[in-house]
Structure formats: structure tokens, C-alpha cells
Design a protein around this ligand. Structure first.
Ligand SMILES: *[C@@H]1O[C@H](CO)[C@@H](O)[C@H](O)[C@H]1NC(C)=O
Ligand SMILES: *[C@@H]1O[C@H](CO)[C@@H](O)[C@H](O)[C@H]1NC(C)=O
Ligand SMILES: *[C@@H]1O[C@H](CO)[C@@H](O)[C@H](O)[C@H]1NC(C)=O
Ligand SMILES: *[C@@H]1O[C@H](CO)[C@@H](O)[C@H](O)[C@H]1NC(C)=O
Ligand SMILES: *[C@@H]1O[C@H](CO)[C@@H](O)[C@H](O)[C@H]1NC(C)=O
Length: 742
């Protein structure tokens, strides 16, 4: 029987919060009194005491917003999170299918009940579903040895949600083309460029072969692309127990958190972002230009993800060279590369089809600057039940909405507008968020202060975060306010810092990652709109990713049994939004951007030396513009401090805040990263070899890799050109930070 969530007894955690809630109300009555008194005083002696009064009211305002921020933390409630997660994960909800529309309705009504006036934003986009999949292992003579099952089995033992294997979509790779191919098998380890270099040394050729790669180190779209570009006819990717069930004495889910041997990781193999048929513009439902599929950059060879259990007989039937040491996975057997003698026959029929997707957005309007947006976003669509990916984040988003709703009822309003977004079709390549950003590009460019993303909010212990560097300080500060959900003492900051390497001053400071990778919904905000962004989560990785077993039961047993980590994410994510929404001067520190950029500049100089660049190819333009960027950041920091101390009126504050908000936009350059021109940000972009990985100055590094060791002057001229381009965007950002025309 199911517990009725509304009748569940209030947890101790929530009881304390309610007591504080009464305090908030009392506090608000006092505030109202203050405001009244203030108004009378103003009327009495407008000019005389104007200055001191506005200083006083500013102080009062800031104390009042601090109180509300503290109340936001006090309103934390793990039962709200639990209830939402349970509801959202009752059924699998793949983008474009009816169950996912039902989750959109669910989020809509939750936001409505919290007073966030939600609306839908729909698009028609190219999605991709499996129709038929067959994988047969053949004897060298081509006769059938074994039909592989391609089925995930229900492990039993738990309430996995609305049904077992029959309820979820068959394991497949979205955007794999249809195909019917046969070939000898080559084992290619993780399918990285360096793995193919090793194969070449071993004399193993993959042309005309079907490659068998293991998941784990790079984005699956890159595994497929690497195989295709070397002439393979198909790519089969499996989850090796060495990577996904690393401690076999512990067993598998439900006995442990490890991936069951029949578990399969679904996912997209499209290397782009957004709807493949409308690159760079919105795929509006009514009317949109669409390019032909043949020009959409979709994968060219068919591919399929399989389980460890299906991979084992294939590996066992391989001959050829013994695989290098590092290529051995978790099976107790000798790994060989092939080629063959075993063969595979792979038959796949895809349904690439235009489908409707649905974002849900809600907002609380700012009272002073309604046209400045603080955006919080999380996707909602899932490959299966999505308890970790992404609905731990959706539950956290709704928990924030619930707390904000209560603050509003208690009299609070944000200074700037707060927008909450629930994106669709992220799993197909951040499609819902990208279409929305492309549609709203100009308003976002003029008005978006920051975008705060959470995808998988919780998969285990340990806080991790990435940010554009001007947000580092705010992020770190906020984690000091939130209790660590695992140790029960100290703050999230304390445990985050203690896991980070010791820095220069002998002290460890938290490691903040960078957001050049393309692995979640921040990508369009950063790459197309130049909006400062943050991404955060608890738990480094989790073995049941994109499998049948990413369900409520797994979360309850292993991910977050008491939902304290969810609550902590909500608190950090929401408090960041509150600070950005309410502070007078935006808490952006471009000093840390400058420090980072200098590190990348040094890396370029090292890379030039290592690649034996000719003497006339030089990083000196970069050095010059880095020096001005440092000065620009200093000036913006100085002006921020000054304005914070002084009595400040809206207009001068707004002028400074616009400098801080818009400087990130200057890093976008129309030409983008060569070969990946959808990406316009010249400071951060995805690594060419691994879409998950962030790279700094990607266009420069790509050009150096291309020219390395070469005597072709054209290649080195290209390096110099890319150095100039990065130098120019740094100069442009500097001018924005200074806020003066030349
Ligand atoms: C191929 O797979 C489909 C399901 O995807 C199944 O219905 C069909 O029987 C399979 N064909 C063979 C020859 O196994
Ligand atoms: C594997 O799991 C067992 C049982 O939980 C534990 O005792 C052992 O230390 C683990 N081994 C490793 C290498 O983590
Ligand atoms: C393709 O998918 C669409 C959307 O789910 C569905 O309406 C259609 O029937 C599917 N076509 C095939 C051949 O499976
Ligand atoms: C919420 O936290 C309290 C205190 O740790 C705990 O007793 C309770 O079981 C938790 N509720 C849920 C739904 O996990
Ligand atoms: C460097 O010198 C070579 C030879 O004179 C010339 O071809 C090339 O264009 C120069 N490159 C740069 C970046 O100035």
C-alpha cells in the first residue's frame, strides 16, 4: 500500500522550520510598521534628511532581505522533496511521449499551487526512438552462434516504480541511423583517439569492422564518431563490470548500488545541441525552417548500447592480440582486441520523427528590476524512471518553489525577477533549453543576470559544482550557509574544501569545475547567450545511469535515503538565486575570471613550446589583453565596493550591474569555434575528443594540436589567428567591465 504523502507526519526537520515560519510573519508585521513610519518621515522633511534616510532604508532593506534568506534556509523540508520525487518517477517519461507530458502537467500544477504563475513553452523537434533491434553473434563462417537478449531484467526486491522492464523504452542510442550490417569485431577499449593509436601500433585495423567499446571515459557520441571516422561500420558500447560494478563482492542492485549485469546505459549519440533540424534558431511548433536530416550532422553509422551480460560472449569469442593491460575490464578473462574471428550481425530500425516537447516556466516578478532575470533550470525528461537523472533535480526545484511561495505569502518580493524552468528533451542533446534560449536570445542577452542549472541533483555523497569564474565566490560563500547533509556537522563548504587539493597558502579551497562541456542545459545559455552559469550536484557518478534501475527504489536505498542531500541542493541553489535576486550590487567577482584566464594563458604558452611553434607565432597579444582584463576586473571590483558603501540610487547601481552582467557576453564571437561553430564562447568550450569535458581557449588549443610538429606555415598562421581572436574578446570584456566608451 502506498502512503498518502499529504497525511505523512511532520518530520522533526520540518517542525523546527514551522516555528521559524511564525517568526517570519511576526517580523513582516514589524517591517510593515517600519515602512509606514519611513513614509511619514519622508513626507515631513523630504530634502533635509533624504541622504541619511535612504542609507537607513537601504540598511533596513538589506537586513530584511537577509532575514528572508535565513527563513528560506529554515523552511527546508525533506518530505516535500520525497513526495515530488515519488510522483515524478512513477512511470518512465521519455521526451515526446505521453508520460512525459503528464510530468509537465504535474510540474505545472505544483508551480501553480506555490503561486508561480506557470506557462508552457512547446516546440516541434526531431527526436529518435527504437523500432527494431537485433544483435547476433556469428561463427567465423557466418552461421549463427547466439542471439543476444538485449533485455534488462527486473532485479526484484524493490518497488521500482510503475512496472519493470516492460514499461521502459528498449535500450538504444538516440539518433543512431537505421542499418543492417555484419562484420568482424574489434575491441577498442574506451574508443578514444589514443585507443585507436594503440590499435594501430598493434596492427589492428577497424575498417569494415564492428567495434566493441566500453563506456566510461568519453561522451558516447564521440565513441561513435571515432569509430565512424576510422571506417568501422557500427559501434556497440557496453558497460564493463570493471567500471559499473567495480566491487563484485558487494553484488549488484538491489543488493548494492552497482549496475546489474543486464543493465544498459541508453543515451544520445548526436554531437550537437538542440533540435538537429533547426541549428541556431527556434523550432517553433507553428512555423520553422528545417534543414534536411542529411545536413543535420547526425551520426553516420548505427550503434547500440548493450549490457555486460551480452558483451561477455562477444569478448570471449575474440582472438588476435592480447589487449594492453589498461584495456582489461572486470571480467575474469583475457581481453583480446580481435579482429574477429567472431562476427556480429546488427540490425537496427530507428524512428526519427518530429515530436512535440514541452518546457514549463514559472516566475516571481521582481519589484524593483522586473526586467532582470535570475534563471534556475532543470530538465524533466528521463530515459527511464529518472530518480537521479534528472528528477532529483526536479524535486529540488519544486522544493525551492514551495519555499519561495511561502516567503511571498509572508510578504517578501525579490528585487529582480526569479524564473524557474523545467526543460524537456535534455537527454536528446539539451533540446528544450536550447530551443527556448534560441527563441529568447535577444531578451536574455539584454536581461539575464545568471543561469543556475541542476541536472542530477543527487546520486550520492559529496558536493560538486561548476561555474563561470565570476560566480565562484558567491557559490563558495553560499555553501558556508548550508549544513553538510552527510557528516551532520559543519557546512557543505567544510567537507567540499576538505576533499579539494591543498592550495598555495597551505589551505584547501573548494575545486570549482568549468562549464565548457556540453553535458547539460547550461550549454545554450553559455554558448549562445553568454549568460554566467552554475551547475551543481551531490555524488560524483552513479553506476545505474540511464538504465532501468535509475528508479525511486535505488534513490531510497543508495542515493539519498533521508532526502537530506536533496534538501541541501535546494538550499544552495535557492540561496544563490536569492542573493542574485536581492543584492544591491551583483556579487560577481571578475578577479577570479582574470586569475583563471591567466592560468589558461600560461597553458597556451606551454603548449606552443611543447608543439615547437615557430618563433614568429606568439602568445604576446594574449598576454597584453590578459593584462588589461586584470585591470578591468580590478576596476569593476573597486567600483562595486565603492557603490556598496555609498548611498546608492537605482540608476548608478543598474549601470554598474549591467557592466557585471554584460561582460560575459563579450566572450561570444560570431565565428565561434572552428568546426563547431554553434559554440560561440571563446573562453570555454567542449574538448574536441570528449564532449563531456570542458576546455579553456578551445579554438586556440585545437589549432595548436592541429599544427603540432608541423612545418606547414598555414597551420601556424591559424594558431596565431585563434590567439588574436581570444585576445580580442578579452579586450571587449575589459571595455564592458570599465563601462566607458573608447
Ligand atoms: C529482431 O528484433 C525484433 C524486436 O526488436 C523482434 O521482434 C524480431 O523477432 C527479431 N528478429 C530476429 C531474427 O531475431
Ligand atoms: C568491496 O566490498 C567489501 C564488502 O563491502 C569490502 O569489505 C571491501 O573493502 C571492498 N573492496 C574494495 C576494494 O573497495
Ligand atoms: C514513430 O514515433 C512516433 C511518435 O512516437 C509514432 O507516432 C509513430 O507511430 C512511430 N513510427 C514507427 C514506425 O514506429
Ligand atoms: C526527513 O528527515 C528526518 C530527520 O532526519 C527523518 O527522520 C525522516 O525520515 C526524513 N524523511 C524522509 C521522507 O526521508
Ligand atoms: C611566420 O613566418 C613565415 C615565414 O616567413 C610566414 O610564412 C608566416 O606567415 C609567419 N607567420 C606568422 C603568424 O606571422
Amino acid at each position: 500500500m502506498e502512503e498518502d504523502p499529504s497525511s505523512s507526519t511532520t518530520s522533526p526537520l520540518c517542525r523546527i522550520r514551522q516555528a521559524r515560519h511564525k517568526q517570519i510573519l511576526r517580523h513582516c508585521l514589524l517591517n510593515a510598521l517600519f515602512i509606514l513610519l519611513g513614509a511619514i518621515l519622508i513626507a515631513l522633511s523630504a530634502t533635509l534628511i533624504d541622504r541619511s534616510l535612504s542609507a537607513w532604508s537601504r540598511r533596513r532593506e538589506s537586513i530584511s532581505s537577509q532575514r528572508f534568506h535565513a527563513a528560506f534556509l529554515d523552511l527546508a523540508c525533506n518530505t516535500t522533496v520525497d513526495r515530488h520525487l515519488r510522483e515524478l518517477t512513477r512511470h518512465p517519461h521519455v521526451a515526446g511521449l505521453p508520460r512525459d507530458f503528464a510530468t509537465a502537467e504535474y510540474v505545472f500544477s505544483a508551480l501553480q499551487s506555490y503561486g508561480l504563475a506557470p506557462h508552457f513553452a512547446d516546440y516541434s523537434v526531431l527526436l529518435s526512438y527504437p523500432v527494431e533491434r537485433n544483435l547476433s553473434l556469428l561463427h567465423p563462417d557466418g552461421s549463427l552462434k547466439l542471439e543476444l537478449s538485449l533485455r534488462e531484467e527486473d532485479p526484484g526486491g524493490g518497488d521500482g516504480g510503475g512496472g519493470g522492464p516492460a514499461a521502459v523504452i528498449s535500450s538504444y542510442h538516440a539518433y543512431s541511423p537505421s542499418g543492417d550490417v555484419q562484420g568482424e569485431v574489434v575491441y577498442v577499449n574506451y574508443g578514444r583517439s589514443e585507443d585507436y593509436q594503440e590499435l594501430e601500433l598493434l596492427g589492428v585495423d577497424v575498417r569494415g569492422a564492428i567495434v566493441l567499446a566500453r563506456y566510461g571515459q568519453i561522451f558516447r557520441g564521440d565513441i561513435v564518431e571515432n569509430a565512424a571516422s576510422r571506417g568501422a561500420v557500427a559501434a556497440i558500447i557496453f558497460s564493463d563490470p570493471g567500471d559499473y560494478a567495480a566491487n563484485q563482492t558487494q553484488g549488484y542492485f538491489p543488493d548494492s548500488s552497482w549496475l546489474t549485469p543486464t543493465g544498459v546505459q541508453r543515451g544520445t549519440v548526436f554531437q550537437g545541441n538542440g533540435d538537429p533540424l533547426t541549428p541556431g534558431w527556434p523550432s517553433s511548433t507553428a512555423n520553422a525552417e528545417r534543414i534536411p536530416e542529411s545536413r543535420a550532422g547526425l551520426p553516420t553509422i548505427p550503434s547500440l548500447p548493450i549490457s555486460a551480460r551480452d558483451a561477455r560472449p562477444i569478448l570471449e569469442s575474440l582472438g588476435g592480440k592480447v589487449a594492453p593491460r589498461g584495456w582489461r575490464g572486470g571480467f575474469a578473462m583475457e581481453y583480446r582486441t580481435g579482429r574477429g574471428p567472431a562476427k556480429l550481425r546488427f540490425h537496427y530500425v530507428a524512428n526519427q520523427t518530429l515530436a512535440s516537447i514541452r518546457n514549463v516556466l514559472g516566475a516571481i516578478k521582481g519589484y524593483e528590476e522586473p526586467d532582470r532575470f535570475i534563471l534556475l533550470g532543470n530538465h524533466r525528461d528521463a530515459w527511464t524512471f529518472g530518480a537521479v537523472d534528472p528528477n532529483s533535480g526536479t524535486a529540488a526545484l519544486l522544493e525551492i518553489a514551495s519555499r519561495l511561495g511561502r516567503l511571498v505569502r509572508a510578504g517578501w518580493k525579490p528585487r529582480r525577477t526569479i524564473v524557474l524552468a523545467s526543460w524537456d528533451a535534455e537527454e536528446f542533446g539539451s533540446v528544450g533549453s536550447t530551443e527556448w534560449v534560441e527563441e529568447n536570445l535577444d531578451l536574455l542577452g539584454a536581461r539575464a543576470v545568471a543561469y543556475l542549472n541542476v541536472d542530477c541533483a543527487v546520486s550520492g555523497p559529496g558536493f560538486f559544482a561548476g561555474a563561470t569564474p565570476q560566480l565562484d565566490d558567491l557559490l563558495v560563500d553560499v555553501t558556508k550557509e548550508v549544513g553538510d547533509p552527510d557528516t551532520g556537522r559543519g557546512s557543505v563548504y567544510d567537507s567540499w574544501a576538505s576533499r579539494s587539493p591543498i592550495g598555495g597558502g597551505g589551505k584547501s579551497s573548494p575545486t570549482v569545475d568549468r562549464l565548457g562541456g556540453t553535458d547539460s542545459d547550461f550549454v545554450a545559455f553559455l554558448q549562445r547567450a553568454g549568460v554566467p552559469a552554475v551547475d551543481m550536484y551531490f555524488g560524483k557518478s552513479y553506476p545505474v545511469y540511464h538504465s532501468l534501475y535509475d528508479n525511486y527504489d535505488w534513490m531510497k536505498r543508495y542515493g539519498d535515503p533521508l532526502f537530506h542531500r536533496h534538501v541541501a541542493v535546494s538550499s544552495i541553489w535557492g540561496l544563490m538565486a536569492l542573493r542574485l535576486a536581492d543584492c544591491l550590487v551583483l556579487p560577481f567577482n571578475y578577479g577570479s575570471y582574470a586569475t583563471q584566464a591567466q592560468v589558461y594563458g600560461n597553458a597556451v604558452e606551454d603548449a606552443l613550446r611543447a608543439a615547437k611553434a615557430p618563433h614568429n607565432v606568439t602568445a604576446s597579444p594574449l598576454r597584453t589583453s590578459l593584462a588589461s582584463f586584470v585591470e578591468g576586473a580590478k576596476q569593476a571590483g573597486h567600483d562595486s565596493k565603492k557603490l556598496e558603501r555609498e548611498i546608492s540610487l537605482l540608476l548608478p547601481r543598474r549601470t554598474l550591474n549591467d557592466r557585471l552582467m554584460l561582460a560575459e557576453r563579450a566572450f561570444l564571437e560570431e565565428g565561434g569555434i572552428p568546426g563547431r561553430t554553434w559554440h560561440k564562447h571563446l573562453i570555454y568550450g567542449p574538448s574536441k575528443n570528449n564532449g563531456y569535458q570542458s576546455e579553456a581557449f578551445p579554438a586556440v588549443l585545437d589549432a595548436i594540436v592541429e599544427a603540432s610538429g608541423s612545418t606547414n606555415p598555414d597551420k601556424w598562421d591559424a594558431v596565431q589567428h585563434q590567439i588574436w581572436r581570444v585576445s580580442r574578446v578579452l579586450e571587449r570584456a575589459t571595455l564592458v567591465l570599465r563601462g566607458e566608451l573608447t
